[in-house]
Design a protein around this ligand. Structure first.
Ligand code: MGD
Ligand code: SF4
Length: 763
């Protein structure tokens, strides 16, 4: 197959997106008979070109993973819609989801397995067959295992096929050094704070009981720019029925524009604000006293702890008006228990993030929100058995925001042969899954033991892990680097072996099991055959497993066999799932009443632990304390980064239709600063950080909508890979400017908002 030609224009794309939300007829799992094209039409529209086949899948354009229906004619996919039966998409998709067809037909896709011929980093390869590539990989892995042990192989994984490598293969092989960016570079502080406070993690789908919610508080969660489909639907409905909205953000984000109260907080001081809110709720007796008496532990210690942490105290730290702090606490309390602070998603900010999240959960407890209608429901994982396999050599350690509660990610993994894990998690961090950024060090130093091989599955290594020069040093040092990807992202040029994957529309995957108010299971099945010489991850993992002596874990021969074996344990099958429109919904236990008197909180005390003995024993603050973060030096701004509604991380900038909608990022900067420095809106500048790292040029967006001490840009731009023909060289790259991070001692999360940049006018 030659390079794929893009056949859809932006207008057609938007028209087709609208048709999707209007509910274009689909035939659940069946083929729709071909309809004759209107007479005289030169090129008939796609739906006249033959029989339309509808298949069920799960969108992978972001990790939210909405259920989709996919329409294809012959060997080509034409249209994706939200699956009406899916509790997340509810028949709708965001722009990125609609862009899934364009992602699949990106002309820059990897097409064949390759072996390196030039130096690492040069990007010179020869195309080889699959047996040649997999034999080479197996031979090298076995040699490394022989000399250094299985733990010397690290696996980094993200995107929804991550299960096959970062979980299944890594655990069967015997390495605890498997990591997902969605944990230590994203959600680990919120998950560990939840584990410590409530006894269970938040889970992939934040359990906000939107229907009855009357007051929503967002701390740096930019709903609308971080455009998760379901959250936007739920927010729009809650806002439409008049729920109060409080937004805390140094930037007047899209959702701040919808808020009743915007608190333009000084970056890094949120814990002080949260403590002052707790002070007001307690001092003015505005908390849910009965709820706290029944379900919380450590209230008296908390009350003593915050007695002096008044709004005036916080105002001096946060640069907010004390009356605004007091008023917003009262507004929250007026709606309790249908009032809550939503757990953010990417919360690795300043290195003290678990404590900030614990402070937010403390506010939620005072509002009586957990387990109450219109507050937080208790989510539940769906019941289904795992595929029967011999016990794994190591327990799961990778974690991740897409890992569902109840999965092994919540447990502390044990190192192989009694050895400490390479990231030292048992001693260095109190809790948390394996920290991705901490696995880079042993690749360079060999301490506490060497890591010699790295398998990078669906992770955009050089745009994702902070301190890029250090990652490059590690890549130079390794004995084996394997990249499994769909596109020639920057790190692919550093691989010895490149394995091109089929996209989600071309493959089966592990079942998607979602802890939810109504727990559910979603099917991903292929709509068309894989592009060129690409293969799905399940196939690669199995072929590799068979070559490295792991046959006992790969008794199944096909993904269908694997999936059907699992589905059989709940009396279902792929065929039946097709009849059920790709989704199985089970019954949940969302509220206190469903627990019939027993406690839903899985802490030691069976209560919400406002004071944590576990933290006290570990020498950490048992109740959150505000710890200051360094201010920007003179002439520098704090670098804030976030999402753009039509892009996901660093994955979609090269996707033709999404690129057309937003081709390059801009630097949000206070208009007063721009004027004072003799610049103007739209000027192109370079950015230089505190360590001399540079990125750009990037267009200035001069605006009153951001504080003067910070700048903001969307993540994922400023790419440096000519093979990404659309994305290369457009805008600035936040990852290049994040040469520093601060580790959260509790969760191992890497706080990345500790970098500063100055403006360098373009020569
Ligand atoms: P993406 O940039 O989406 O993010 O980190 P990543 O998961 O690394 O990269 C996904 C990779 O998967 C790309 O290389 C893409 O080509 C590849 N891919 C896409 N589809 C497939 C597929 O079907 N199969 C395979 N094998 N590969 C596929 C995200 C992580 O980044 C997260 S979760 C957060 S919250 C952090 N955000 C963040 C930030 O905002 N700024 C900076 N500077 N760093 C960040 N790091 C973290
Ligand atoms: Fe896909 Fe959008 Fe849903 Fe993410 S939020 S899974 S991109 S439709």
């Amino acid at each position: 197959m030659g390079k794929v030609q893009l056949q859809i224009s932006r207008r057609t794309f938007l028209k087709s997106a609208l048709a999707g939300s209007a509910g274009l007829a689909v035939a659940g799992g069946h083929a729709i008979p071909a309809v004759a094209a209107p007479e005289g039409s030169a090129e008939p529209p796609w739906f006249y070109r033959g029989q339309i086949k509808t298949t069920y899948s799960v969108c992978d354009m972001c990790p939210w993973r909405c259920g989709i229906t996919v329409q294809s004619v012959g060997d080509r996919v034409y249209k994706i819609d939200g699956n009406p039966a899916d509790p997340k998409s509810r028949g709708m998709l965001c722009a990125r989801g609609q862009g899934g067809v364009s992602f699949m037909y990106d002309p820059d896709r990897l097409r064949s397995p390759m072996l390196r011929t030039g130096e690492r980093g040069e990007g010179k390869f020869q195309e080889v067959t699959w047996p040649e590539a997999l034999d080479a990989m197996a031979e090298k892995l076995l040699a490394i295992k022989e000399q250094y042990g299985p733990e010397s192989v690290a696996v980094f994984g993200h995107t929804s096929g991550e299960f096959w490598f970062a979980d299944y293969f890594a655990q069967a092989w015997g390495t605890p050094n498997a990591a997902k960016p969605s944990s230590s570079l994203c959600t680990s502080p919120r998950e560990e704070a939840s584990n410590l406070t409530l006894g269970f993690p938040v889970g992939g789908h934040e359990p906000v009981d939107w229907e009855g919610l009357r007051c929503l508080t967002l701390i740096g969660s930019h709903i609308g720019e971080d455009s998760r489909n379901t959250v936007m639907q739920d927010f729009a409905k809650a806002w439409g029925r008049g729920a109060k909205v409080i937004v805390v953000d140094p930037r007047f984000s899209s959702v701040a524009a919808k808020a009743d109260y915007w608190l333009p907080i000084k970056p890094g001081t949120d814990t002080a604000l949260l403590l002052a809110w707790i002070n007001v709720l307690i001092a003015e007796k505005r908390y849910d006293a009965d709820y706290i008496a029944e379900w919380a532990d450590g209230f008296d210690k908390l009350a003593a702890h915050v007695a002096d942490l008044t709004p005036e105290w916080a105002a001096a730290i946060t640069e907010l008006d004390p009356e605004l702090i007091r008023t917003t606490a009262r507004v929250m309390a007026d709606s309790l228990p249908q009032s809550l602070i939503m757990p953010g998603r990417h919360v690795t900010w300043y290195g003290n993030d678990t404590q900030r999240m614990r402070a937010a959960y403390t506010v939620n407890a005072l509002l009586g929100a957990y387990g109450r209608e219109g507050g937080f429901y208790f989510n539940k994982s769906p019941y289904i058995e795992a595929y029967p396999h011999p016990p794994f050599a190591v327990a799961g350690s990778a974690g991740g925001c897409s890992a569902e509660p109840g999965a092994e990610s919540a447990e502390l993994p044990v190192g192989p042969s009694g050895k400490a894990r390479a990231d030292g998690a048992r001693t260095k961090f109190l809790r948390g899954a394996t920290a991705m950024q901490e696995l880079i060090e042993p690749m360079i130093t060999g301490e506490p033991y060497p890591i010699k091989a790295l398998i990078v599955y669906g992770t955009n290594l050089l745009n994702t892990v902070p301190d890029v020069p250090r990652t490059i040093e590690a890549l130079k040092n390794l004995d084996l680097v394997v990249a499994i990807d769909v596109l020639p992202m920057e790190h692919v040029a550093w691989a010895d072996i490149v394995l091109p994957e089929a996209t989600v529309l071309e493959r089966y995957d592990e079942l998607w099991t979602v802890a939810h108010k109504t727990p559910y299971i979603a099917l991903r099945e292929p709509a068309v055959e894989p592009y060129a010489d690409t293969k799905p991850a399940w196939w690669m993992a199995r072929e590799l497993g068979m070559r490295v002596g792991l046959e006992n874990y790969f008794k199944w021969e096909t993904a269908e066999e694997y999936i059907n074996t699992r589905l059989q344990t709940i009396g279902s099958s792929i065929e039946k799932m097709r009849e059920e429109k790709g989704i199985i919904v089970q019954k949940g236990k969302p509220y206190f009443a469903d627990f019939k008197g027993s406690s839903p909180f899985l802490t030691k005390t069976g209560k919400i632990e406002l004071y944590s003995d576990e933290l006290a024993l570990a020498g950490q603050d048992p109740i959150p304390v505000y710890t200051p973060t360094e201010d920007p030096p003179d002439g520098f701004f704090r670098l804030l980064y976030g999402r753009h509604p039509v892009h996901t991380f660093a994955k979609t900038q090269n996707t033709p239709l999404l690129h057309e909608l937003y081709p390059e990022n801009e630097l949000w900067i206070n208009a007063g600063i721009v004027a004072a420095q003799g610049m103007k809106d739209g000027d192109r500048v370079w950015l230089e950080n505190q360590d001399g790292a540079r990125s750009g040029p990037v267009k200035l967006k001069a605006t009153e909508r951001i504080r003067p001490d910070a700048v903001f840009m969307a993540h994922g731009f400023g790419r440096n890979e000519p093979a990404l023909t659309l994305a290369n060289g457009k805008g600035a790259n936040d990852a290049q400017l994040q040469t520093r991070y601060i580790l959260d001692p509790i969760s191992g999360g890497a706080g990345m908002r500790v970098n500063f940049v100055r403006i360098v006018k373009e020569a």
